[in-house]
Design a binder for this molecule. Sequence first.
Ligand code: FAD
Length: 446
Amino acid sequence: MPYDFDLFVIGGGSGGVRCARMAAGHGAKVAVAEEGPWGGTCVNVGCVPKKLMVMASEYGNAVADSQGFGWNAQTGQHDWTTLIANKDAEISRLNGIYKRLMANCTTFEARARFIDPHTIEVAGKRVTAARIVIAVGGRPIDPDFTGAEHAIVSDDIFHMNALPPRITIFGGGFIGVEFAGIFAGLGRQVDLVYRADLPLRGFDEDLRTGLAEAMATQGIRLHPGRTIRTVSAAKQVTLDNGQTIETDLVFSALGRAPDTGDLGLDAAGVKTGAMGSIPVDETSATNQPHIYAIGDVTHRINLTPVAIAEGHTLADRLFGPGPRHWHLDVVAAAVFSSPPIGTVGLTEAEAAANGPTDIYLEKFTPMRHTLSKRPRKTTMKLIVDQATQKVVGAHMLGEDAPEIIQGISIAINAGATKADFDRTVGIHPTAAEEFVTMRTRARVSG
Ligand code: FAD
C-alpha cells in the first residue's frame, strides 16, 4: 500500500527540522508537524533567548569594570521590557528562517499523534508514512513542593512582563546556575537552593567548587544540600531545614523530561524507558524498525548540536549517500553561568576510575580583573591518561571558556597527547595560552 509520505517528522525543533530538511534535500517526500513556534526549545525557550539574556546581564559588570581602565561610566537602570521586546523580534526572525527551511516539506502547524504504526493524526487529518521520526524534545519537570502552583519554570521566564527584585531558584543544574547569573547580573537578589553539596552535578569537581565560589562572591545566596518544602501565596519559601526566604518569584529549574505523553506511542507499539524517554539503537531506530527517535526525547545528551547531528545522520542514512560520522562520544558543552564553563571529555573522577591520571590545574586572576579589581578567578584543567599521555578531558571556568573549549575539543577528538599540547605555541596575552603552557603536574589521580 503506498504511503502519503516517505517520512513524517513529529516536532519542528533542532533535530526535527534538520532531519526533515536533509531528507527532502535527498528527494524524499517529507511532512513535518510542529505544534508550537518553529525552531523548538533552542530557538524559542532555550539556548538562543537564554544567551541573549546572559549578554544583557554582562553589561552592568562591564560598566563597573571599565572604571579600573579610566572610564567614568556609571551603571544605569536595566529595562526588562526593552530586552524582552528586542528578544521577541529576534526570535520571530529566527522562526521565519526555520519555517523557510521547511519549504520543500509539507508542514502541519498542529499537534501530531500516532493512530497506528504508520498513521498519524494531525490537524484533523489522518496521514500515513513509510517512516516516522519522533523529535518531540522535552518539557520542564514540574516541582512537587507544596505551593508549586506559585512557581514558574524556564519556559515562563522568556515571556514575563517584569522581573521582580528578589528571586529564588530551585535546582543547581545548568539552567539554575545560568539564570542565577542572569538575574544577579541584572541586579536582582538571588537565592539558589539545590540538593547536592555543589551545583552542576556530573561536572568536574574543581569547576563546581570554582563556580560556587564565584556565585557567592557575586552575592548570590547559596543554599546547598537543601530542598524547598513549601511556597506560600505570598511567595515565602520554606526550606527543609525550616529556614524561610522572603522572595518575589520562585523559579523551578529541576531539569526536563521527554515530552512523550499523549503521543499515542502505545498505538504505534513504541516502547518507552526512564522518564518516558524513547530508547533507540545506534541508527536512532526504536523497537519499531521504521520509527526513529532523535534529540532530547531520547534523553541522552540533551544539547542542540547533538539533536542536529542525529537528525542529519538519520536523513543521510535513510535517503542519502550514507551517514556522516560525528564524534557523539566526546561532545563539548558549555554552561553560560557567570563566569561561563566550557568542558569536553572526562572529568577527573571519570578518568581516575579508568586508571592513573595526570592532572594539570591552573587557577588565576584573569588580566581584565587585575585592573577592574572584580574578585574573579579563572580555572583551567587538563586531564591526561598517564599510560597513553592522551588528553582525555579539558575543563575551564572563566571568561570565553565556551569559545576556547570548542577549539580544544577538536584536539581531543583527534586524540592529541599532552606532548602535542606542549609543542603548540600559545597566543599571547590570552587566557587560552594556559592550555599549552601547563607544564607542572598538580597531582596524580586514580
Ligand atoms: P526541541 O527543540 O525541544 O523540539 C521539539 C519540538 O517538538 C518542539 O518545538 C515542540 O513544540 C514539538 N512537539 C512536541 N510534541 C509535539 C507533537 N505531538 N506534535 C507536534 N509537535 C510537537 N542546548 C545547547 O546545546 N546549548 C544551550 O545553551 C542550551 N541552553 C538551553 C537552555 C534552556 C533554558 C533549555 C530549556 C534548553 C537548552 N538547551 C541548550 C537544550 C536544547 O534546547 C535542546 O537540547 C534542543 O532543543 C533539543 O532539540 P530537539 O529537536 O530534540 O527538541
